[in-house]
Write a protein that binds this ligand. Sequence first.
Ligand code: G
Ligand code: G
Ligand code: MN
Ligand code: NA
Length: 252
Amino acid sequence: RQLEHSLRHALERNEMHLQYQPVVDANSEEIVSFEALIRWHSAEHGFVSPAKFIPLAEDTRLIVPIGTWVMQEACREAAVHWPEHVKVNVNVSPEQLLEPDFAATVVRALSHSGLEPKRLEIEVTESIFMRDAGIARKALEQCMALGCSIALDDFGTGYSSLGYLRKLKFSTIKVDRSFVQGAAQQSPESLAIIRAVVAMAESLNMTTTAEGVENADEAALIRRLGCTKIQGYHFGRPMPLEDVRRILGRHD
Ligand code: G
Ligand code: G
Ligand code: MN
Ligand code: NA
């Protein structure tokens, strides 16, 4: 496969970089974190969307070296360029978590960058519990023991067995943007689901992040519904590091 061949050489050819999307406190609207999102400009294929190449990387296990690179790069850029109260969120695929040395990869990224563990939040989706749930859970518990936090991404779009919310102490539940968009269009079901997720998260001592908030009306609605944090185009699109530095007001 042509695309697979290009993907295999993308890292050594320096074709990958990270963009960052702000996550804000729902009430103060201050930036509390940036989510790292990978971008690939291929010499042969031009810009390739992660929605296309991440699944290919997962199928071919190329996600393991790519994911390690993302972890190192995100920790390093956050340690160098962000103020200490701002975190970084890093997406991790099930294939990465199931690698026996996943936690060691995180330890190395933290020690090489000097990033404080509490500033790293690892994002996983419900799909990690479809495979080898025990191994995934153990890897995440090792990361929590280091001081990192774990977010449950795209909540409500997978097979939401609530059992694992009991077994793993997530710090954040990310409400998928399909519910946010539904609520914005007055869907009673979406509104009810967001209310229920917020109530459940509160009683489990977890926070909530609403994804895909695209305008001020949606932000106001989400704040009324009680979500803790907000992410979406209204507060910033995924942006290159230079723009992150500019909005953080650091020019060093
Ligand atoms: O940024 P964008 O909307 O294009 O991302 C598309 C999809 O790719 C999202 O589901 C996102 O979670 C995923 N993605 C982006 N960056 C990474 C990454 O570094 N690692 C993994 N595993 N997935 C990522
Ligand atoms: O699956 P995950 O939540 O990690 O993916 C994040 C994806 O969502 C990225 O591809 C990002 O570009 C996209 N995204 C972020 N904010 C918004 C938004 O406000 N609207 C839409 N349509 N997509 C968004
Ligand atoms: Mn995510
Ligand atoms: Na998501």
